[in-house]
Write a protein that binds this ligand. Structure first.
Ligand code: URA
Length: 245
């Protein structure tokens, strides 16, 4: 009787579109998180990483994107890897002038292994096209390379855990302009908790790279009235690219 009830319960949720078992509150997906304090600080002086409780491999030893991809693929300290289908590493070319960093893969990115291919990705491509940029000329990645279950927001610990990889990713792509797509990417890279509404549209320097936070296209899909501000930010990117030439 109880077994039938459990099966019916699961079937009912599957029919309703549930694709992952979740609790109301996001779990800390980092292994041994009860006693492992994750701290990864950047040493500003020698531009190297001070390793915290997580024992990172020597990230500077990854000399190209392929090596970095293998390192991220085999990094087992984050449990979101277990619920994700595919690694979403990034797409584009080393040396692209423009690099964009989003938050984390969603369902379609998880299936395809490519960043920004779902509804938000389509809007992002349109945004770039509107200022004369084809996304194939850019490099796109995310702060978090695995889809968090149920598309929940990545936790602070998860973001901290992947930051050293993201920093190396930026160094290897070596863009002239960095665009931080949404609040998670902006606060992670700029180490600034002001929130995307305050940060967007302002230029920052990240390791000498001109860096602009913008609204996330998923937010613009929910709040189309904010597209006016997004357009102003796109024009700033266009202007900066024109000045590079
Ligand atoms: N949202 C993101 O931040 N990144 C993706 O790759 C897709 C949706």
């Amino acid at each position: 009787m109880i077994k039938d009830q459990n099966i019916s319960f699961l079937e009912w949720h599957l029919d309703a579109g549930a694709d992952a078992l979740l609790e109301e509150k996001a779990q800390n997906s980092l292994k041994n998180s009860s006693n492992a304090q994750v701290k990864v600080n950047r040493n500003q002086e020698n531009n190297d990483f001070v390793k915290g409780e997580i024992n990172y491999p020597n990230i500077k030893e990854y000399n190209n994107l392929e090596e970095l991809k293998i390192a991220i693929q085999s990094f087992d300290r984050c449990n979101i890897k277990k619920t994700a289908k595919n690694l979403v590493f990034g797409s584009g070319k080393v040396g692209s002038k423009l690099m964009l960093i989003g938050e984390a893969p969603g369902e379609e990115e998880d299936i395809s292994g490519e960043p920004f291919v779902g509804a938000a990705g389509k809007l992002l491509s349109k945004m770039l096209n509107s200022i004369g940029i084809n996304r194939s000329e850019t490099y796109i990645t995310n702060i978090i390379p695995w889809r968090p279950p149920g598309n929940r927001k990545p936790s602070i610990d998860e973001i901290e855990a992947f930051k050293p990889f993201v920093y190396r990713h930026i160094e290897l792509v070596y863009p002239k302009i960095l665009v931080l797509v949404g609040g998670s990417a902006a606060s992670a890279i700029l180490q600034n908790d002001l929130g995307i509404t305050r940060l967007r549209g302002k230029w920052f320097k990240f390791q000498e790279i001109d860096t602009l936070p913008i609204f996330h296209p998923a937010y613009l899909l929910r709040q189309p009235s904010q597209k006016k501000q997004a357009w102003e930010d796109l024009l700033k990117i266009k202007d900066k690219i024109e000045k590079l030439q």
